[in-house]
Design a protein around this ligand. Structure first.
Ligand SMILES: Nc1ncnc2c1ncn2[C@@H]1O[C@H](COP(=O)(O)OP(=O)(O)OP(=O)(O)O)[C@@H](O)[C@H]1O
Ligand SMILES: [Mg+2]
Length: 474
């Protein structure tokens, strides 16, 4: 029931949590999708750039080959014969010098018969018909670019194929000095560029973007979890506190009506009880005259005064009076208590150890009430220790309060009992009412003080009472 109530209170927070977590997941998924789109977009740009770049290289190569190789060789030898080692090496030098700073993987130069006359790969020289339709288009004056990729579905989707090449074919033309018109086609040049490395770079950048996004989301998520946990903790504590207060209130209400009834009944019992007691005292006198050994009147007297004490306890608990505050010395009240208990203590050999601070301040208190409170505590201690045991009473002060500490070397209070000692009518004693500590608590509360009960580390119990010097900060 309680958990259900608390759950209800925390629910709105849960909604916020789910909403935020979902938003984070959606944002992250969006980042991934955007990043994939971005990869493809960057790849398209990269491809376009490479194409433009290839055409530029080809134009330059065309010019260099024509001016540095075709012209001088034709002038010198009358014709171009690449089987001639000297000519081949001259062309190789021109090509390599032109391309040395460009990233070109392969260059093939075809003659007009579709035979490779020059290649970076010497083994290809002399091979026929390897250019396909690209060659055909180039020989007719058209430039073409084609991308060749190799990789599985995911590699292609993510933009990191195992191999990616851009193959460009362009005609090799004769140049006409001082003319913008291009000359006749002398052959075809094919260049191959490796795009895999560029694609890898793009992919790495995207990975960086996605992992940064993931990291940011993770940090946000952790911050969120932290905030939600704290928030929930606070709400839960508040809900529990509210519940506790509610329970306390209903218990107090219940007790107060019970108290009213008990007080009324007790009051009615008191009068006949007084008559029983005085009559039994009279009876005792009369009986003792002819039967001195008869103890029945004593028993009646004893039991009726016990009953009277119990009723006084009930009334004290059920109808706490408002304190009659006056300047009061705690040590004097305590001494009165000890004098009252002196004969009993002497009989049973209890030892009292006092340790009172010098010049203890006066406090504003109701001395009769304090007397009652100290008495209940001392009686509890006496009941807890063996005859001959010790009780230590400590009195100290600070600028706000007087602190009274009672320590006994008795049996102490087990954990399960400790939880209930403040409950009215809770007792572990055969003849107890279980109201002693309740009355003490009422009295200390009425004085704006505080009381704590704990077990001592070795044995027995310590009761600490803090009594403010003034009431209500006056
Ligand atoms: N000094 C103590 N040592 C051990 N147990 C204690 C001590 N003081 C209180 N208790 C425990 O707390 C319970 C409640 O104490 P409380 O004074 O309210 O009632 P009681 O002593 O049982 O009855 P009553 O005071 O009405 O005679 C006791 O029954 C006892 O178990
Ligand atoms: Mg008691």
């Amino acid at each position: 029931m309680n958990e259900h109530l608390i759950d209800d209170k925390i629910k709105p927070f849960r909604l916020v949590k789910y909403f935020t977590v979902t938003s984070l997941i959606v944002i992250f998924a969006g980042t991934v999708v955007l990043s994939i789109l971005n990869t493809h977009w960057a790849r398209a740009i990269q491809r376009q750039n490479s194409e433009d770049y290839a055409l530029l290289i080809l134009e330059n190569l065309n010019h260099q080959v024509f001016t540095q190789f075709v012209l001088p060789v034709v002038l010198q030898h009358g014709e171009i014969r690449l089987r001639n080692k000297e000519q081949y090496e001259r062309l190789d030098k021109v090509v390599r010098n032109t391309l040395h700073s460009f990233k070109v993987e392969m260059v093939n130069i075809y003659d007009i018969n579709h035979i490779i006359s020059y290649s970076f790969n010497r083994e290809l020289v002399g091979k026929k018909n390897l250019g396909g339709t690209d060659y055909q288009k180039a020989i007719s004056g058209q430039k073409t670019s084609r991308q060749v990729q190799r990789g599985n579905f995911w590699e292609i989707l993510l933009g990191v194929p195992k191999e990616s090449r851009l193959i460009t074919f362009a005609p090799l033309r004769a140049e006409r000095p001082l003319s913008r018109m291009s000359g006749p086609v002398l052959g075809v040049v094919e260049i191959v560029q490796d795009l895999a490395e560029a694609y890898q770079t793009i992919f790495r950048v995207q990975i960086l973007v996605v992992s940064t996004g993931a990291l940011v989301m993770l940090v946000l998520l952790l911050v969120l979890i932290f905030i939600v946990k704290r928030g929930e903790g606070i709400i839960e504590r508040r809900a529990l506190e509210r519940l506790r207060l509610k329970e306390q209130l209903s218990r107090a209400e219940h007790l107060s009506s019970l108290g009213e009834m008990v007080a009324a009944v007790s009051h009615e019992i008191r009068n006949p009880l007084g008559i029983i007691r005085s009559s039994s005292e009279l009876l005792k006198k009369k009986v003792s005259a002819f039967d001195p050994k008869n103890t029945i009147p004593d028993i009646i007297i004893e039991e009726s005064s016990r009953l009277n004490n119990i009723i006084t306890d009930f009334l004290n608990y059920a109808r706490p009076q408002s304190p009659n505050l006056a300047p009061c010395r705690v040590e004097e009240v305590l001494e009165k208590n000890l004098t009252h208990l002196a004969s009993q203590m002497e009989q049973q050999g209890y030892e009292i150890h006092r340790s009172y601070e010098n010049n203890l301040p006066e406090i504003m208190a109701d001395a009769t009430m304090l007397y009652q409170a100290f008495l209940n505590i001392l009686i509890n201690s006496i009941q807890a220790i063996q005859p001959g045991g010790k009780i230590h009473i400590d009195l100290s002060s600070n600028h706000e309060a007087v602190i009274v500490s009672f320590e006994d070397e008795g049996v102490g209070i087990p954990g399960d009992v400790m939880e209930k000692i403040w409950d009215p009518f809770f007792t572990t004693k055969e003849t107890g009412t279980g109201l002693g500590l309740g009355i003490v608590k009422n009295i200390i509360d009425l004085h704006g003080g505080d009381i704590q009960i704990r077990n001592r580390s070795d044995c027995g119990t310590q009761v600490v009472i803090i009594l403010p010097l003034q009431q209500g900060g006056q």
